[in-house]
Ligand binder design. Sequence first.
Ligand code: UT7
Length: 343
Amino acid sequence: MTATICGTGSYIPSYTMDNHDIARMVETSDEWIRERTGVVRRHIIREETTVSMAAKAARRALENADVLPEELDLILVSTISSNVILPCAACEVQREINAVNATCFDLSAACTGFVLAYNTALAYLAGGIYRTALVIGSESLSNLTNWKDRGTCILFGDGAGAAVLRADGGPETAAEDSGLEAGYYFPVTHSDGSKGSALTCKSRHDFNGLTDADRQGCPENMTDESHYMQMDGQAVFKFAVKRVPEVIEEVLALNRISTDEISYYILHQANKRIVEAVAKRLGEPIEKFPMNLQEYGNTSSASIPILLDEMNREARFAAGQKLVLAGFGAGLTWGASIVEWHR
Ligand code: UT7
């Protein structure tokens, strides 16, 4: 059995900060940011939260898929920036949209998170365990950004994207058949924890080493810079331009698909130069690599589903087309999946 994406949705906060706004906060310029990253502006939460954006993206995806909330068996939220720890963001979304029959949990894998959440949902559906799943990437990275650090604050933004996946075949098929068949594509994913120091963010709930006095007041280590994202930009850049083309080649070879059969590569939107380098290394035309990072910056696990939703709503996909989704980021983690479009 396999499953297909039957609807997408997204939510973007209306408040924006352009590069000139950033240049008033740190020593940088619109020109530098555009040239080195491609980012022009980013959308930042005001009233919104990771959960509220996820719920709005979810509603839009369900509407687009023509699926009722009660039909959902699974809600998976990929996030590193949830406003809630307990209950998980996925349970909060369930409550918001009234998806009473869904099993809900979160997944934390930074910018590879949506690809891993998609793979997880697909495995449940392909295995006949669930029939209908909602996969969401939602991030409020502005809360984790050190607005005094020009090495990171130029890059990130907030937003949410979602996709509804449905198992192919009738309910009786789901019960009887858990074999994989044509139309199921194996993903390829990797992790390298030994390189984790390239991109870090310490939890505000890490109380290790605090004194009793700290616990009663405002602990010093709760305000230090390690609670914001810290990045060795060059190391992450080099990792991405090497590993992303490799994993795309791996996933194509595993599924015996040639680059000619791929209509679009939907890459995590981290940096225009990374996307261009991946296209070049694969020997593929840049037109196959849609980008929207100029408008949103890097929204971590939300970037792939936001781009998917924009392209879906612009009717840029046709039934039968194959897409590659590829994520990469903190962990380090990276991975690629093939999606056959069926809407
Ligand atoms: O989601 C996945 C995780 N993140 C990423 O994928 C990000 C990957 N890395 C990057 O996108 C890039 O490394 C950055 C955009 C973060 C930085 O670009 P870069 O081309 O690697 O710049 P750099 O760190 O090598 O710095 C080049 C120069 C330095 O000056 P000198 O030493 O050449 O005089 C920096 O001090 O640019 C300077 N610089 C800046 N100048 C103006 C660094 N940041 C800035 C800035 N504005 N914001």
